[in-house]
Design a protein around this ligand. Structure first.
Ligand SMILES: [Zn+2]
Length: 725
């Protein structure tokens, strides 16, 4: 029941701080590969459906559409109560009543298995609470938002009541200890017991009050820290050096990122230092947050907050995470040093007057941009016409059809069912199983929409009493800037294609879930597991054998040239080792900040020595990037899970998909061994089954997967760089 809160899958990790590692594992000769595949042309999908669909409609006109018709309204997501905001209240009240009855059933001697009843209670609550959570994040009218907020409040209270019901807990515990049900029942029941225990059910009244107070303080401090981390700065131009200040007519400049690709090094350095300046208040919030988290962990019987956060994850002990992160750092160091060496050559070329001025962190964005434009000759005008939104959606359809025998079919919507006219409802239809789930795609950037890409669960799959399956319903939420020219379809940069594919990985994880219980369905599992399908999907974006099947020029219909695709792949991974190093460094300080409190040294000292020891670029004194690292809030001691998922996705791709990326057999195995299970299997068992190992996937295996990928990409880049000399 705890999952009621914070159910939406975490936002994609922000690019400038942490860029994901990507890989292409194919032979250089791609020319004759396309026809080797058993792909959509042989199946029933209309491989141009989305291309045509998005061509016919100009998204720009959607943005001007006023609010939806209120006359005939079948309710949001076809929930008839939600044809008016008051419906939220009706739904919440109904859940309260239903849950009381279910609670009574728990104490009835002739009850069903207790885990079944708990899961039904959780399902009742989540179906309304998740909806409310979703409404809080999209641009609907305020009345509906307020109604959602109130419903959320009622349900939050209900969850609290359930989670602190000692009689219920005792019954559940007894059922667990007496071995009620089979292995799956036991595993999910254990997850429920953990939720009870996390709410301090076993505490004395005083201790419990202390727990609740800490919990509340932490939520507040998280908000303060997050707010401070996103802070922008207005800098009066008079504070800039005379030479730089002259370039601006405005009285002040706004700094909302540390990285600029301006040619003036003084300006770049100024921006970096300003953005990462010392903020005593922000450090105070950080310190308080870590302090309270530590107290909470201690109260619950853990040695540190890291111990608590890593419980039940793949690398479930802080020392394993430390080992893993240190091993990766050591393995990729030579490649990151090489990246910096290459950056130095570029910098010397660009700024002959200041030859050999060492590379600093504020140089990276500019050198990356110049590497792409000057060395690889890449321009967005050249490649984006091959990646229209429709073509990309057709590509996704083709991939899922080939791998899982499903097609994405656009469904008509009833009046009031969707919250914006541009939302597309898709059914996921399996060739023999029929419809297995629904995905509502909210694809376009809008003024009042949350600017992050994420995945919302509206309803989870679970097995119903009659043996059928409750169908999963999710919202895929991305922010693609729509075309502003009615004659040109919406065109995607590679970053946007990746985001779209990534979010579709989450959506399919939910849609293909076939768990007995909704509590462990699809993406409702540990973060390190939940991020695997999404990161695995990103590999398709750079797989020429697949991309060539859908990336067609929107005007000429021509397939993207091999040579352009190769350049794009190199561009996307041009300084991959350096980026990974930054990412792992973030995981390291997130991990060490959440050890015993107080830390043995100041935050600055710890951060700087970590960077000095492990990274190829120096720490810049008097800068405090950790104060801007808002993932400390969302991931809290688990940022490493993002990198763990990356290594595993990499291993899955290379071991199983690289040879034949659209193989139905491999796709089916992935679904059977991994996707359908969600959190109903232990992370280690799930991964073990994926690789048919009798023992755990080792840290060495995971490090090797990432390192091999980096090495391979570095070689491709270097050979091209040599040619360009
Ligand atoms: Zn994700």
């Amino acid at each position: 029941m705890q999952r009621l809160i914070g159910n939406s899958i975490r936002l994609r990790v922000k690019k400038q701080l942490i860029t994901l590692c990507r890989q292409l594992h194919t032979n250089q000769s791609n020319s004759s590969i396309a026809h080797d595949f058993n792909v959509a042309s042989t199946s029933t999908i209309d491989s141009n459906f989305f291309t045509n669909h998005f061509r016919k409609i100009s998204p720009f006109s959607w943005l001007k559409t006023s609010s939806l018709s209120k006359e005939k309204n079948d309710g949001l997501f076809q929930i008839k109560e939600l044809s008016t905001p008051e419906g939220f209240h009706i739904l919440a009240e109904r859940v309260v009543n239903k849950c009381e009855k279910l609670l009574d059933e728990c104490f009835n001697p002739s009850r069903r298995k207790i885990v079944e009843i708990l899961d039904e209670i959780s399902d009742e609550i989540c179906r309304v609470a998740d909806l409310a959570e979703f409404i809080r994040n999209v641009d609907v009218d305020n009345e509906l938002k307020q109604a959602a907020e109130q419903a959320y409040g009622i349900l939050h209270h209900l969850v609290e009541k359930m989670n602190t019901n000692t009689k219920l807990y005792d019954h559940a515990k007894q059922a667990y200890e007496s071995g009620e049900g089979d292995e799956t029942d036991q595993r999910v029941l254990k997850l429920y017991l953990n939720d009870f225990e996390r709410s301090g059910i076993r505490f004395t009244e005083n201790k419990r009050l202390n727990y609740l107070q800490l919990h509340e303080d932490i939520l507040q401090l998280e908000n303060y820290f997050r707010h401070g981390a996103h802070r922008e700065y207005q800098i009066p131009t008079r504070q800039l050096s005379e030479k730089v200040g002259k370039r601006f007519n405005e009285k002040a400049i706004t700094i909302n990122s540390a990285h600029s690709n301006d040619d003036d090094e003084n300006l770049r350095e100024f921006i970096f230092r300003q953005y990462f300046r010392y903020e005593p208040e922000q450090e105070h919030y950080l310190d308080e947050l870590l302090h309270k988290r530590y107290e909470l962990a201690k109260l619950c019987g853990y040695t540190s907050y890291s111990h608590r956060a890593l419980d039940n994850t793949l690398l479930n002990k802080p020392e394993y995470v430390t080992d893993y992160l240190e091993q990766i750092m050591t393995a990729i160091r030579p490649f990151a040093d090489r990246d910096v060496q290459l950056m130095q050559i570029l910098k010397n070329r660009l700024d002959p007057q200041s030859t050999n001025k060492p590379i600093a962190p504020w140089d990276i964005a500019r050198l990356e941009a110049r590497f792409k434009s000057d060395v690889l000759n890449i321009s967005t005008q050249e490649y984006t016409p091959y990646f229209s939104l429709g073509a990309c959606m057709d590509g996704l359809n083709l991939i899922f059809n080939s791998l899982f025998n499903v097609t994405l079919n656009k469904q008509p919507t009833a009046p009031g069912e969707i919250w914006h006219p541009s939302v597309v409802k898709l059914s996921v239809d399996h060739v023999t199983e029929g419809t297995v789930g629904y995905i509502y795609c909210d694809l376009f950037e809008r003024k009042d929409k949350v600017p992050h890409d994420c995945h919302f669960t509206i309803q989870c799959s679970r097995r119903l009493a009659d043996g059928s399956c409750q169908l999963p319903i999710v919202v895929l939420h991305v922010n693609i800037p729509p075309s502003t020219n009615p004659n040109v379809p919406t065109l995607l940069t590679l970053g946007l294609v990746e985001n779209l594919f990534h979010e579709f990985g989450h959506a399919m994880h939910s849609a293909l879930a076939r768990t007995r219980y909704q509590h462990a369905s699809g993406t409702r599992c540990q973060t390190d597991i939940a991020e695997i399908p999404s990161q695995w999907m990103e590999y398709f974006v750079y797989e020429p054998r697949v991309v060539k099947l859908f990336a067609r020029h929107y005007e000429t219909g021509q397939t993207i040239p091999d040579e352009l695709l190769r350049r794009l792949h190199i561009a996307q991974n041009c300084f991959q080792a350096h980026r990974t190093q930054v990412q792992v460094a973030c995981a390291m300080f997130d991990h060490s900040f959440h050890g015993p409190y107080p830390l043995s040294e100041s935050y600055e000292k710890l951060y700087s020595s970590l960077l000095t020891k492990h990274t190829s670029l120096p720490y810049i004194s008097s800068t405090y990037p950790y104060l801007k690292f808002y993932h400390l809030v969302d991931y809290g001691a688990r940022f490493s899970s993002y990198i763990i998922a990356r290594s595993i996705a990499s291993k899955i791709w290379h071991d199983q998909f690289a040879k034949d990326p659209l193989s139905k057999t491999t796709g089916e195995q992935f679904r059977q061994n991994f996707l359908q299970w969600g959190g109903e299997r232990e992370p280690n068992e799930l991964i073990g089954n994926m690789f048919s190992l009798t023992k755990k996937l080792t840290i060495n295996d995971m490090t090797k997967a990432i390192t091999d990928e980096i090495k391979d990409n570095a070689q491709k880049r270097d050979s091209l760089f040599k040619k360009n000399k």
